[in-house]
Design a binder for this molecule. Structure first.
Ligand code: SF4
Ligand code: SF4
Length: 377
């Protein structure tokens, strides 16, 4: 991949129609060309950094612009650098600043006491100081669906993964620093990474359902000077280590549905941009759904490669909620009314739900809870 802002600023917007923000919110200022031109103008002193920072914020990090790009440009990476430069100059959009302030006040952008919420919902055995595999739910999952975190731990134990632990130390930050990276607070990210490095490196494996956390730890931490040695996996990848047991539990769940005479849902996978395009790890989500149901799931987008952005990537839903909602509204495919939509990113769940009509929307952890709940006490 290349990261040359000038290529974008001189480009005749070859990726214009691939960009969900430019398309969904009808904003010509959201194209990579416009954003990189803003960066160059700000550097030349021809545009106030405050205006440039507003321009840089119009990206979900979805990488949809990569496929039509002849130069394989990494637009999200360039925008992290652009936002960091704007941040250094004190130019930060108001909602990005507010998100960072919530992080400073509570340790997460969701104003929760992460550890207290986890301990309220999860069992004492979910916190093992000597666990070799860390399950890092991510602060969004803790804030939005804490009972699902508890259900995931029950499923992991039922699979035989009883050496998995939630963060057991009460003094640990509950957030990996991804929201700081998204707004350009590079110093804040460095502090967050340094604070978690030792703890993360004590684990053999680090597992999360949240590709935003995954990308931050894999790519953002090294960029901030912090290396993580633990194996870093998405929840779906980790579940496949237990595929045979997963299939056994899945058969039991299928039997429960059949014996209850309940309608069989139409399973649809939303290939989340952060997991599928940015990390290239989307396929395990489909394999988990197939292992648990015996059914090949359908696809939210035209194909797994041409997935649709929900508008929430890189905390765009918190930084620019109105624009994010317009992107989500434009991402709605024709879904069967009885669809269960399974996304690889808990950050997409609420945005997809708002646009999915009557369909149920869940992330991988939510799918474990919904499908295996009746067979895993
Ligand atoms: S990402 Fe590629 S196609 Fe899009 S503006 Fe930049 S150079 Fe052009
Ligand atoms: S990464 Fe996605 S949102 Fe950002 S410019 Fe590219 S297509 Fe648009």
């Amino acid at each position: 991949m290349s990261s040359d802002p000038q290529l974008c600023s001189l480009c005749p917007k070859m990726c214009r129609f691939a960009c969900p923000v430019a398309e969904g919110s009808a904003d010509e200022g959201a194209t990579p060309t416009a954003m990189m031109q803003a960066w160059e103008l700000a550097k030349d002193g021809q545009l106030p950094w405050e205006d440039a920072a507003e321009a840089f914020s119009k990206c979900t990090g979805c990488e949809a612009c990569r496929a039509p790009c002849e130069y394989d440009q990494d637009v999200p990476a360039m925008l992290y650098a652009a936002r960091a430069e704007a941040w250094e100059k004190g130019a930060v959009p108001a909602q990005s600043r507010a998100m960072q302030q919530r992080y400073l006040d509570s340790g997460t952008p969701f104003c929760i006491d992460n550890d207290a919420v986890l301990r309220e919902h999860c069992a004492p055995e979910d916190f093992q100081r000597k666990g070799r595999v860390l399950y890092w739910p991510g602060c969004r999952s803790v804030a939005e669906q804490p009972s699902t975190v508890a259900a995931t731990m029950r499923v992991l134990r039922a699979l035989g993964a009883d050496h998995v632990s939630l963060p057991a130390r009460k003094d640990l930050p509950g957030c990996c620093g991804a929201p700081l990276r998204a707004v350009g607070d590079q110093t804040g990210l460095q502090v967050a990474a340094a604070g978690l490095q030792q703890y993360f490196n004590r684990q053999r494996t680090w597992v999360s359902p949240d590709p935003g956390c995954l990308h931050t730890v894999r790519e953002g931490y090294p960029g901030a000077g912090t290396e993580i040695n633990a194996e870093v996996l998405h929840l779906a990848e980790y579940l496949l280590f237990f595929e045979q047991r997963l299939r056994e539990l899945g058969k039991q769940a299928c039997a429960v549905v059949e014996s209850g005479g309940e309608p069989w849902p139409a399973f649809v996978v939303h290939d989340a941009c952060a997991l599928s395009r940015r990390l290239g790890r989307g396929e395990p989500v489909r394999r988990v759904v197939e292992a648990l149901t015996g059914v090949e799931p359908g696809c939210w987008g035209a194909s797994p490669d041409r997935t649709q952005c929900c508008g929430a990537g890189d905390f765009h839903d918190l930084r620019r909620p109105e624009a994010a909602a317009r992107v989500a509204a434009s991402a709605r495919p024709d879904l069967p009314a009885d669809a269960w939509v399974i996304t690889g990113d808990p950050g997409c769940r609420a945005s997809l739900e708002a646009t999915a009509g009557g369909a149920r929307v869940m992330d991988v952890a939510g799918f474990l809870e919904a499908w295996l709940g009746p067979v895993v006490a």
